[in-house]
Design a protein around this ligand. Structure first.
Ligand code: P6P
Length: 333
């Protein structure tokens, strides 16, 4: 396959929307630069103790910050200077971050989880950065207000993630399909490796933390039992896979199909995953790849966030599998 860069792909394969002022390409460029910087820091993380001073430990031998704090600082520093944003929100920050007037302002709003699954770094498991891009509502000017960020996922103009694993990948959509790029570390460029990614209509893998079985309600137990039975469309039990790192579990689901589930339970009545920086961006990717994303009761992208860190239950992956979950919940109503 010819070497297609992200910039070339955007220029060649995305319909040039009339209002595209190149701001979006600039936004993506700095998002990619942030991803490359985070990737490099993560890869060095394992060497902290071995390399001592040449790692992240400073000359005073102060403890290195947690990597998700480092990733968060990298994203905020880089993206507030990209010239395309009027506001940002991070899973690591309680409040949203208006872009300071000292930096060039733009029309977009970036919401991100800088390093999802970071607790897995110590055991060298894939982690990722998830991002969602909204546009400021038409006609709004002056200081951005919180309600401008509380848009349903259907309003996203783009969404994606960086996956830091055996290779570093960028997977994103601007509403014209889902495309995957793999970082060539020698060149420092993401090259198109997975054009037009599509989720198989039907899966044979289910992904959930079974340790919470006693906290689930009846309909939820019925959903998980369905995939473990021979009553499902496959006619035999699905395989169980659970990495415990959302981006890794989602990426496998995007490529192999099946269903990832993080249901609500008695301890987490709205589930654990964040709507704005996890469920909505992954939901856009799933739908753009021909799959579905549901709260169990309805389409994730139609949920209107009531607060910045709103959480939702998430059932995401192959269209047939998510449809079966919704049918099971409907039956138990
Ligand atoms: P549990 C990581 O902490 C995370 O946010 C996701 O990356 C992951 O899918 C989920 O939580 C794992 O949660 O409750 O199964 O440990």
């Amino acid at each position: 396959m010819a070497e297609v860069t992200v910039t070339e792909h955007i220029l060649l394969h995305q319909k040039r929307s009339p209002q595209a002022t190149g701001q979006f390409t600039g936004l993506l460029y700095d998002l990619i630069l942030s991803g490359k910087t985070i990737s490099r820091r993560i890869n060095k993380a394992g060497l902290l103790d071995i390399l001592g001073g040449t790692g992240e430990v400073n000359v005073q031998g102060e403890n290195v910050q947690k990597l998700d704090e480092i990733a968060n600082r990298i994203m905020i520093y880089r993206m507030e200077r990209c010239g395309a944003l009027c506001a940002m929100a991070s899973e690591e920050e309680a409040d949203f971050i208006p872009v300071s007037p000292e930096f060039p302002q733009g029309d977009y709003i970036l919401i991100f989880d800088p390093l999802d699954g970071s607790s897995n770094i110590d055991v060298n498991v894939n982690v990722g950065t998830i991002f969602s891009i909204l546009r400021r509502q038409h006609g709004k000017t002056g200081a951005v207000t919180l309600d401008e960020l509380l848009q349903p996922g259907t309003q996203q103009v783009a969404a994606g993630y960086m996956l830091y694993g055996p290779s570093t990948m960028l997977v994103f959509t601007t509403g014209q399909g889902v495309h995957g790029f793999t970082l060539d570390p020698g060149v420092g460029e993401f090259l198109l490796s997975h054009p037009n990614m599509t989720i198989p209509q039907q899966g044979k893998i289910y992904s959930v933390n079974e340790g919470y079985h006693q906290y689930w309600d009846e309909p939820t137990r019925a959903c998980i039992d369905y995939f473990k039975s021979s009553e499902n469309r496959l006619g035999k039990p699905y395989s169980a896979r659970y990495v415990g790192s959302l981006v890794a579990d989602f990426h496998r689901t995007l490529i192999y199909g099946g269903i990832y589930m993080y249901p609500a339970d008695t301890r987490k009545p709205q589930g654990k995953l964040r709507l704005l920086c996890e469920a909505a961006p992954l939901g856009m990717l799933a739908e753009q790849a021909g799959g579905r994303a549901s709260t169990g009761l309805g389409r994730v992208l139609e949920v209107k966030p009531e607060k910045l860190h709103a959480r939702v239950p998430l059932f995401i992956g192959s269209a047939n599998d998510v449809a079966d979950v919704e049918a099971l919940y409907a039956k138990h109503k």
